[in-house]
Design a protein. Structure first.
Length: 603
């Protein structure tokens, strides 16, 4: 603490000076620089409290709250989590003694702890402080909505994002709807103060409506979010442009889903342009969002049939991610591998086979590096990259290298998975059971997060060939539930557990997996992703088309789906035709086989 001016003054004055410096640095965006004074302030206030100066208990709690936030933004998640837990504990004690003075700060501490808990991988556990924050802030807002309504809105938005991450899309959508209604009331009363928060709430609402299959409602929210964020950005561009970019990205995704590709392109271009300018000024803060915007832009071009143009943002994303690997390998090496996978696919779509092979080889090498540090998560992704490389090499006529990549991928798939250890507080759900009971328990879990943890813990047993038959037996009692779990089982073994559960959480991830299955004419993968489209996403017509394609490719002789009983939207029809075109472009010999499907489509 000797670097603080006036170090000769008493400890309390130095503690307050350190706390003030940490807050100033944090508010100016110098988060890394704020960590040291924030930590020193905590140490000083802790020493004061230990010496019997009880009047500094509130200062210690506030200093912990600030330190937790600094550590979180600086990327030290484990340290942040420990500090956030202590901040909540201290604010609970203060609020018990003086609720009027300290319950608002307790809500802030609970929200920070919820985010921090999720950041260290305890996604389901994060819901406990998030729900506590809503409960306390709801009580405060009921007593004084004018002063406390905004905090309730923030707590609800926080809960919506965390429940979505935990695989509870309906609860997430409910929280997002309530948050948006509340921010509308606040914005009507004071537009200048609350318009930005309304825009953020609408951005979240659009994504969560999409997660429960409400595509039109999601598009409406996305479009309104753009309008609100654009107006807010005119008044305060520094604070609101990032939210406008997020709103535009959501809108682009929504328009892609509905086949409105030119409008999607316009929104995606604007989002990428905004984030490109933000990255110049604040690279650490906006690089992840910029990479996401480039992916959306590349997808928009590809869906519009502009395959060569789609390679440009895909290549830029790969180059940006590669440049950041030396800075933060844990974050950006996976991002680089994913960006290379996308780039390879886009180059292949553009007919640039040699370049696609080169990108796919780089993706494999990135996955190899990752597999050395986290084999359970990354080996399945390495296998997927190898399979993509094999497909590209086959198309390029290099059959020997294609066979080598395919054999390596197959060997990885055959290796026994190493199940993650059950958590220390594991419940009875993790008690060993006979395989039929094990599957029944898995199918009855309430959230995707619970389901994923359960599958991971028992993956070695789920690799049994008996699972396929047992799940098909369950289909006689509850076909939809059995079909979803059969799809998850198949895709988890084929692609990796994290990837499979990503398909039920992220519509874009599922869409990309469908596109890969089509490009590879992979009937089993297409069949199982179609079940997720039908029974998780609620895309009845398009899912039925994909199911029909899969049975045609497999030659199973199953009855054609009753498409005449369903009415496709123009967007769904456009997408189906584009999907058939992708299949034929990659596999011209299949044109005659799938022609009956194309001919049966309306129009």
């Amino acid at each position: 603490m000797d670097d603080v001016p006036g170090a000769h003054v008493d400890l309390s004055a130095r503690a307050l000076a350190l706390a003030d410096r940490a807050v100033v640095l944090t508010e100016s965006g110098e988060v890394s620089a704020a960590v040291a004074p924030a930590r020193q302030a905590v140490e000083a206030f802790r020493e004061l409290v230990a010496s019997g100066r009880e009047e500094f208990q509130a200062n210690l709690a506030a200093a912990l709250l600030n330190l937790g936030g600094c550590l979180q933004r600086a990327g030290d998640r484990q340290a942040a989590f420990a500090v956030q837990e202590e901040a909540v504990s201290r604010y609970r004690a203060l609020a018990d003694a003086d609720p009027v003075s300290f319950e608002p700060s307790l809500v802030a501490a609970l929200m920070n702890l919820a985010v921090g808990t999720s950041a260290v991988g305890l996604v389901a556990e994060a819901l406990v402080p998030a729900r506590d924050a809503v409960e306390v802030s709801r009580r405060l807002a009921a007593a004084d909505f004018g002063r406390r309504g905004a905090q309730l809105g923030t707590a609800l938005s926080n809960l919506a994002k965390l429940t979505a991450a935990a695989g509870l899309p309906s609860e997430a959508a409910d929280a997002a709807e309530e948050s948006t209604r509340l921010w509308r009331v606040l914005t009507d009363a004071d537009p200048q103060a609350h318009r930005r928060s309304l825009g953020v709430a609408l951005v979240n609402l659009g994504g969560m409506r999409a997660d429960i299959g409400q595509q039109q409602a999601a598009a409406d929210a996305a479009r309104e979010a753009v309008e609100v964020c654009r107006t807010a950005a005119e008044d305060d561009p520094g604070a609101c442009l990032p939210h406008l970019a997020g709103a535009l990205g959501n809108l682009a995704n929504s328009l892609i889903e509905r086949g409105r590709t030119q409008e999607a392109l316009a929104a995606a271009r604007e989002a990428a342009d905004i984030l490109r300018s933000l990255v110049v000024e604040h690279p650490a803060a906006y690089q992840p969002d910029f990479l996401k915007a480039l992916r959306i832009l590349s997808t928009s071009y590809a869906r519009a049939g502009q395959y060569e143009a789609a390679t440009v943002p895909a290549r830029e994303a790969a180059e940006v991610a590669r440049s950041l690997v030396p800075v933060d390998a844990a974050t950006y090496l996976p991002a680089w591998g994913a960006a290379l996978d996308v780039l390879a696919a886009r180059l292949a779509d553009a007919g640039r086979g040699a370049d696609a092979v080169s990108a796919a080889r780089q993706a494999v090498e990135a996955r190899r590096r990752l597999a050395g540090t986290d084999p359970v998560l990354q080996l399945p992704r390495l296998a997927t990259s190898l399979e993509s490389l094999s497909s590209l090499l086959t198309g390029a006529g290099d059959l020997g290298a294609a066979d080598e990549a395919a054999r390596e991928a197959a060997e990885i798939r055959r290796r026994p998975a190493v199940p993650a250890p059950a958590p220390a507080n594991a419940t009875a759900a993790f008690v060993p059971l006979p395989l039929p009971d094990l599957l029944a328990t898995w199918m009855g879990l309430a959230s995707w997060s619970e389901s994923e943890r359960y599958f991971t813990a028992y993956r070695d047993r789920f690799e049994s060939e008996e699972v396929d038959g047992l799940l098909k037996e369950f289909a006689g009692k509850d076909f939809q539930t059995a079909a979803v779990h059969l799809a998850l089982w198949y895709l988890a073994l084929a692609d990796g557990t994290a990837e499979a559960f990503g398909y039920v959480r992220d519509p874009q991830a599922l869409r990309l997996r469908v596109e890969r299955a089509l490009a590879q004419a992979d009937a089993p993968a297409l069949r199982h992703t179609a079940w997720l489209e039908l029974f998780v996403r609620g895309d009845l017509w398009l899912g039925s088309v994909h199911l029909w394609i899969s049975t045609t490719l497999a030659g199973t002789g199953e009855a054609d789906p009753p498409l005449d009983q369903l009415r496709p939207s123009a967007e769904d029809l456009s997408r189906a035709l584009a999907d058939l075109a992708v299949l034929v472009r990659h596999h011209p010999r299949l044109a005659a086989l799938i022609e009956p499907i194309r001919a049966s489509l309306p129009g």
